[in-house]
Write a protein that binds this ligand. Structure first.
Ligand code: GCW
Length: 706
């Protein structure tokens, strides 16, 4: 008897612990345990969108094991889904509120009708209804009460868009989750079930647009053959209100159309684009528009013909305008000109402000250089007023340990979005200067470079899913805290047990600063290994290479000190910021220490605020990063009983890599910079375990991951 009981218990424990999870469902896991004893709903009355109703019903049956049937009459605990036209919703007197919330906004309200409690999810349009349903589901999934609701929501940015850097041969530039999700070879005939899964996941976090192909675009994407394929993907995403955009190659008229050139002022070129755009809209009536990387890193652009970025962008905008399409024109431009790379985008684009058409939006990376572990915000934010500007964030971890390191980016993005540009006085945050609050423009948008690939778990590292999730949530509402978003994601993706959520959330919230510490503390930047951007190579010096692609350009280490002098005495990049930000950065006493070596060349014995000299502080920071990753390992190992075995060991083994890499970074940087500082590594911290010469020999062949 006893043995049987043990066996039974053993089996129960086993089934609970070993239920394998591969991460493929992302945060859309509707756990049976998450529904309270009395189900809040007994029926669903649906007045319009079938997708919203289907999504709710699907989740409901996963949670309860029984279907939520559509009822004709509103009874107790009915969920009522409807757009503004629905008579029932009209009677609730929420028509004007719904109109104010716009087509993507929604209201969720608990109301009493006679003896019945009903929950209403209402919107002016079907899109909002779908978002409202996901909101309600999220509340159920995260264990929040749903019996007394009064919620009104609408998105902060109009366009919330993913940028895929996916090539037509199936590789993904800077992608670390396998090959592309887009199966160009199989399309248009074969439709991967993943397209719909992708659409659901994005819609559930409010993402409403996607650029399918790499900004390093080939003209081939605009051939009839490829447009037919794009059409099929678009049709899969459309029910979830996700618009498709394409990256274009500026030389397409010459390369594809056989024209003499691709000069934007050439009438034949203009005509070519008009015809091409008409062709696209015939196939895909809700097509969004173009994303353009031009005259950047060797790609063609209007400057090849002596024309400006504005002339190039406007030509495309004119072709798209009759269809309601837009141009997202990237400001990521820099040349080996002798001018500080960090200044070049601003120098190039500020003189053009106001010259762009209304359906052009300038897409600006968060920082002035290139998605470094930490950068100040780009000075184009706040300064550019006449032309709409949209932030570009990098979800894929090109410079943050690929899919090996656990780095939650919600904290990084919040720091950026809340940075105060002061361009319209205090509280002109990056978020407010781009979401339409301070500078109203016909469109507002925010982009994230996707970390999605064909890996079963979509993003390579299970925790990298949190960055996809966080991007969507912040694009919807940038006032949400990084903490709240991490909390939601953990509860939906793993479990609601606080014993798990609290320590793991703390780990997530610390993870970005930790990575900055072991990679590039105190404002150091771009000291990565040549080309692949994974490991450290601060010594890297390749003869004939562009100096602005080499680490010494950025760290300037010598026996005198370290850092890039961007003050008024140096490159004067500080002057691109509005007052008083320019003065704050310019002055070594007021410059935030987190950005010290970004803006200043600092002597090794400079006194930091905590009393340490710079060299010692740098050493302590690197070491703190290493120690912190070890803490993450301890935290995670304690979580074993809360997590299925597959995901547990996956994350555990990646934390081991992260831990080893952190030591690698620390040793490489400290041993190398020590050759300049000539000072001992403070004796209180852990000693290096590598030889500098051995580290210099490491050459990773990571080309295929790019
Ligand atoms: O950071 C650099 C990347 C390139 C990328 C480029 C860009 C798509 O290393 O891989 O190209 O930025 O953003 O255009």
């Amino acid at each position: 008897m006893k043995i049987k009981l043990y066996l039974l218990l053993f089996c129960l424990v086993l089934t609970f612990q070993l239920k394998a999870e591969d991460g493929s469902r992302l945060w859309l896991r509707f756990q049976p345990r998450q529904v309270s004893e009395t189900p809040p709903f007994t029926g669903l009355k649906n007045s319009s969108s079938s997708v919203a109703a289907e999504e709710f019903q699907r989740a409901w049956s996963e949670m309860t094991g029984s279907p939520l049937t559509v009822t004709k009459k509103v009874k107790n605990n009915t969920l009522l889904l409807g757009t503004i036209k629905e008579r029932d919703i009209h009677r609730l007197n929420i028509g004007s509120e719904l109109l104010a919330a716009g087509p993507e906004g929604y209201i969720i309200r608990s109301v009493r009708r006679g003896n019945n409690n009903i929950t209403v999810v209402a919107s002016a349009d079907e899109q909002g209804l779908l978002y409202g349903v996901y909101h309600l589901l999220r509340m159920i999934q995260t264990g929040q009460p749903t019996d007394n609701l009064d919620i009104t929501e609408k998105p902060r940015y109009d366009i919330r868009i993913l940028n895929h850097w996916d090539n037509l041969d199936g590789t993904v530039e800077r992608g670390y989750a396998g090959y592309s999700v887009w199966k160009w070879g199989e399309l248009p005939g074969t439709i991967s079930p993943r397209y719909q899964e992708y659409a659901r996941a994005n819609a559930s976090i409010g993402i409403n647009a996607t650029v399918l192909n790499n900004v390093n675009a080939t003209p081939a994407i605009l051939t009839e053959e490829y447009l037919e394929k794009v059409k099929v993907i678009a049709s899969q995403l459309q029910p979830y209100h996700i618009k498709v955009y394409l990256s274009i190659n500026f030389s397409s008229p010459a390369e594809l159309g056989g024209l003499e050139n691709s000069d934007p002022l050439n009438p034949e070129v203009q005509q070519w684009w008009h015809t091409k755009v008409n062709e696209i809209y015939r196939l895909i009536p809700d097509f969004g528009g173009f994303l353009v990387k031009a005259n950047s890193e060797g790609l063609p652009g209007p400057q090849d013909y002596g024309r400006s970025h504005a002339e190039g962008a406007n030509m495309l905008a004119d072709a798209l305008k009759p269809h309601g399409g837009i141009v997202m024109w990237r400001a990521f431009v820099y040349n080996p000109s002798g001018e500080d790379r960090a200044k070049q985008a601003y120098d190039e684009f500020m003189p053009l402000e106001g010259q762009f058409r209304e359906n052009v939006i300038i897409q600006v990376k968060n920082g002035p250089v290139d998605f470094q572990p930490r950068e100040p915000f780009s000075p184009l934010f706040g300064s550019m007023k006449e032309t709409a500007v949209m932030p570009e964030l990098q979800i894929t971890q090109e410079y943050l340990g690929f899919s090996n390191h656990l780095v939650y980016l919600g904290t990084q993005w919040k720091e950026f979005l809340e940075s105060d540009t002061y361009c319209r006085g205090e509280n002109s945050t990056v978020a407010k200067t781009t979401d339409g609050t301070i500078y109203p423009h016909p469109i507002s948008a925010i982009a994230g470079v996707a970390n999605i690939g064909e890996d079963v778990n979509w993003s390579g590292h299970h925790f990298a899913q949190a960055n996809w999730y966080a991007f969507g949530r912040l694009a919807w509402d940038h006032t949400l805290s990084a903490d709240v978003i991490a909390d939601e994601w953990l509860r939906m993706s793993f479990t609601q047990e606080n014993g798990f959520v609290e320590p793991v959330k703390e780990m997530m919230l610390n993870s970005w600063e930790t990575t900055v510490d072991y990679m590039m503390p105190l404002g150091l930047h771009h000291i990565f290994a040549w080309d692949h951007h994974y490991g450290p190579e601060p010594w890297c010096d390749i003869p004939d290479a562009r100096p602005d692609w080499l680490p010494p350009y950025y760290h300037n280490a010598s026996e005198k000190g370290i850092g890039f002098d961007r003050t008024a005495n140096g490159s004067d990049a500080v002057s691109q910021y509005c007052s008083p930000v320019d003065e704050i950065y310019n002055n070594i006493e007021t410059c935030p220490e987190e950005l010290l070596l970004w803006f200043h060349h600092v002597p090794w014995d400079h006194r930091m605020k905590n009393g340490r000299i710079l060299w010692d502080e740098l050493s302590y920071r690197y070491d703190a990063g290493v120690q912190q990753v070890r803490e993450f390992q301890k935290t995670w190992d304690r979580m074993e009983s809360f997590v299925d075995a597959d995901r547990f060991s996956h994350v555990q083994s990646r934390l081991k890599i992260q831990s080893r890499d952190a030591v690698w970074w620390k040793d490489a940087c400290l041993l190398y910079f020590q050759t300049h500082s000539g000072r001992p590594i403070p004796y209180a911290i852990e000693r290096p375990v590598h030889e500098l010469e051995a580290l210099k020999k490491i050459k990773l062949d990571l080309k295929h991951h790019n």
